[in-house]
Design a protein around this ligand. Sequence first.
Ligand SMILES: *[C@@H]1O[C@H](CO)[C@@H](O)[C@H](O)[C@H]1NC(C)=O
Ligand SMILES: *[C@@H]1O[C@H](CO)[C@@H](O)[C@H](O)[C@H]1NC(C)=O
Ligand SMILES: *[C@@H]1O[C@H](CO)[C@@H](O)[C@H](O)[C@H]1NC(C)=O
Ligand SMILES: *[C@@H]1O[C@H](CO)[C@@H](O)[C@H](O)[C@H]1NC(C)=O
Ligand SMILES: *[C@@H]1O[C@H](CO)[C@@H](O)[C@H](O)[C@H]1NC(C)=O
Ligand SMILES: *[C@@H]1O[C@H](CO)[C@@H](O)[C@H](O)[C@H]1NC(C)=O
Ligand SMILES: *[C@@H]1O[C@H](CO)[C@@H](O)[C@H](O)[C@H]1NC(C)=O
Ligand SMILES: *[C@@H]1O[C@H](CO)[C@@H](O)[C@H](O)[C@H]1NC(C)=O
Ligand SMILES: *[C@@H]1O[C@H](CO)[C@@H](O)[C@H](O)[C@H]1NC(C)=O
Length: 814
Amino acid sequence: MRRKIEEFTFLLVLTSLLITTTFSNAMDVINTTHMITDGHTLISSDGSFELGFFSPANSKNRYVGIWYKKVTAFTVVWVANRDNPLTNTSGAVLKVIEPGILALLNGSNSMIWSSNTSGVARTPVAQLLDSGNLVVKEANDDNSDKYLWQSFDYPTDTLLPGMKLGRNFVTGYETYITAWKSSEDPGTGDYAYHLDPTGYPQAVLTRRSVELFRSGPWNGVGYSGLPSLKNNSIYTFELVFNKNEAYYHYELLNKSVFSRLSVNQSGVAQRWTWVDRTQGWIMHLTAPVDNCDSYKQCGAYGTCNIYDSPICGCLTKFIPRNPDEWMAADWSDGCVRRAPLDCRSDGFQKYTDIKLPDTKYSWFNTSMTLEECQVEYIKDCNCTAYTNLDIRRGGSGCLLWFGDLVDIKVVYGAGQDLYIRVASSEVDSNGEKRKTLIAVLTSLAGISLLGLSLILFIWKMKKNYENMRKQGHREGQEEDLELPTFDLLAITRATNSFATSYKLGEGGFGPVYRGMLEDGKEIAVKRLSRTSLQGLDEFKNEVICIANLQHRNLVRLLGCCIQGEEKMLIYEYMPNGSLDLILFDKRKSKQLDWPKRFHIINGIARGLLYLHQDSLLRIIHRDLKASNILLDADMNPKISDFGMARSFAGNETEANTMRVVGTYGYMSPEYAIDGLFSVKSDVYSFGVLVLEIVSGQKNRGFRHKDHQHNLLGHAWMQHKERRSMDLVDVNLVGSFTFSEVVRSIHVALLCVQQSPEDRPSMSSVVLMLGSEGTLPQPKQPGFFTERDVFAAESTTSTKASSSNNVTITLLDAR
Ligand SMILES: *[C@@H]1O[C@H](CO)[C@@H](O)[C@H](O)[C@H]1NC(C)=O
Ligand SMILES: *[C@@H]1O[C@H](CO)[C@@H](O)[C@H](O)[C@H]1NC(C)=O
Ligand SMILES: *[C@@H]1O[C@H](CO)[C@@H](O)[C@H](O)[C@H]1NC(C)=O
Ligand SMILES: *[C@@H]1O[C@H](CO)[C@@H](O)[C@H](O)[C@H]1NC(C)=O
Ligand SMILES: *[C@@H]1O[C@H](CO)[C@@H](O)[C@H](O)[C@H]1NC(C)=O
Ligand SMILES: *[C@@H]1O[C@H](CO)[C@@H](O)[C@H](O)[C@H]1NC(C)=O
Ligand SMILES: *[C@@H]1O[C@H](CO)[C@@H](O)[C@H](O)[C@H]1NC(C)=O
Ligand SMILES: *[C@@H]1O[C@H](CO)[C@@H](O)[C@H](O)[C@H]1NC(C)=O
Ligand SMILES: *[C@@H]1O[C@H](CO)[C@@H](O)[C@H](O)[C@H]1NC(C)=O
């Protein structure tokens, strides 16, 4: 049949050649008599897309393709003859032949490429639509259901808005994108991106049909393992899944902002948005994201955590199937249950923060609740796990796994819950541990009371110490103390007698050591130096402030050790050290991708909000800076060093000091110049810190070839010129979410405004960082040129007794 059509069209071509003409003015339609040749193009009616002959970089071959007309960087989104290039376009034409075939013919009228048209038209035409879709249809019939053929059904490497990535169950036809072979050859490459609806829909990357990566199943909001694909200001997206079809598609919110999804020649799916001629295309989403995304990396019941070394582990309550191979980093055999199932009395154990396992062998029910699922499927011994199908509105439906669970990854803060079948003895009785609340002194209202409590505290500590001495340094007398005390001997042993090699750095009032207690717990010890004059004050201050605070974004004080002349504070140890050591290090900063940085920004904001508003003693930190932000093993930020902090009473909002302490570059103008501090001076420091985190550069010491401004000034100028993205650390390209970065910069600029009244409170900051609402325009920042900073320096040095009190970090690990 097909051969017949070809022969038939060949004849038609010969006859029509005699009567056809080409045209040169901008048109979006070709028909049987009007065709295009090399040098001529079709342009969609609104001028968005252009179709014509092109050669990719360095190649002499000619292809017919579609590219953006309004984007100044030549970007091809579709290629007709991708696997069959023209070597000589002399005499070659793209034309419509009856009864509705779009064909590319070479100079000797051989068919180079043709549309796979189904159906016939009386007056067939091919039109390039504003969406970038090239369609063959009956002239004057714009009903999209009646298109004879459309390029959107045959994507190359780019998914444009409105295209479907998925499968039609009625026709069995699948649309998917396939990478180019190379930048010079748009031919069908090895890597393809599909939507696999088997079991339950998930996006899948393949190389020559072998699965390399999956996104995790759709959960109503996005893909379980791709938290970076989320609501944004550029496009909306959706998964359509019914009995006729399953597909992913997206639509632009503003048709004049160009954004596309494509797969590159190394098999990375990338989301690109066009900014302008200077900034070009910005990439703000990639998949796979990291090594943990390699399909089945850790085997069955293995779990991959990119922050661990090695990255593979067994789910808790599971052990390696083959321990020797596992130790040798061959994880392919995966893990098995520690306690075997017995089918009749098993239970389901909850696991959190999970990229859901492969759903190829899954089954789902949209109407069952999670509880019904548990009750129903505990009976089915073949059911290995279940979870909510849709996580919106508290969760609905049920997704069930039968068979081994493979390709599990830890996705902190964005993963899902998964209930896995385990032996009844393995099920935790009351699920999650209740967070223990700290006992706090409820009567503390003002600074005067604080003094009293300190006296009380030291008195108790002394009494306790005496008790302990009486009892020969035995432990167990700590019940009525707010703060546990540590034995000097234990600390001396833990730090190898305060060996230099155990020293982490120099804190505000003395050296900080790393140590390991008898039971293996790692600690950081801050030792009051006997030579430090202000040391004792700061020591006391730190004890008062932090002993009664507990928040996941504040460093935790474990206890103290006061014996004779020795005064020490014991903290939890932070394996990743302070933020400045990673952020400002060219090599190390690469490990801080955008999701981690945004997590850090949000963590600091929440820690500061707790200090300002939610803690019992409301506290102004006064020395917030990168070196006072410590990072735990999971890169959670913890504010540290409360030596300069001041608490303030409920109705008090600002105070004055003669002794300006803090660090230049982070100090607000009113504090540095007039010694006036308030919560808004912390907000200012926070703003500086955010700009440093986004740019990877220090505010103080920032240099730009075009001007004398510091980082604040630079950010402000870029913002005014709507070029905030220029500020972004080059290491972040590929990992950042456009809207989050722009928003962070905007919020930071609001925080560093000259006038304290204009700066938002930390509660507004937390809200602004987490929402999509519109933000007020920032006014000029304080201290935005280097000259201002130097001026401030001289002003303060006449005023303060120790103006150059550049404070040093508490726990500089490594
Ligand atoms: C093809 O299009 C041109 C220009 O619109 C028109 O003049 C011509 O009649 C059309 N040919 C056919 C066969 O419809
Ligand atoms: C292309 O083909 C034309 C005519 O068929 C011929 O004259 C010309 O030399 C060819 N060009 C090249 C570069 O082969
Ligand atoms: C046209 O294509 C055919 C088949 O690929 C080839 O044999 C012929 O040489 C080509 N003609 C020109 C002018 O390129
Ligand atoms: C042509 O279309 C039919 C159905 O429309 C489809 O089954 C076939 O695979 C298509 N062929 C190509 C080469 O795309
Ligand atoms: C995303 O935004 C749309 C409207 O723009 C809203 O209807 C939807 O609930 C949002 N989804 C989430 C998960 O926030
Ligand atoms: C769409 O984007 C263009 C270009 O950025 C802008 O000029 C226009 O105001 C936007 N339209 C809407 C409705 O946001
Ligand atoms: C594909 O994209 C990834 C990540 O964005 C990049 O590392 C890689 O070099 C790209 N490959 C090619 C061939 O451009
Ligand atoms: C889903 O579960 C409900 C309630 O158990 C049941 O009535 C329904 O048949 C199930 N649906 C499917 C498709 O099995
Ligand atoms: C469990 O799976 C086995 C093998 O696939 C099958 O024979 C058995 O009927 C299944 N049991 C249930 C309760 O579905």
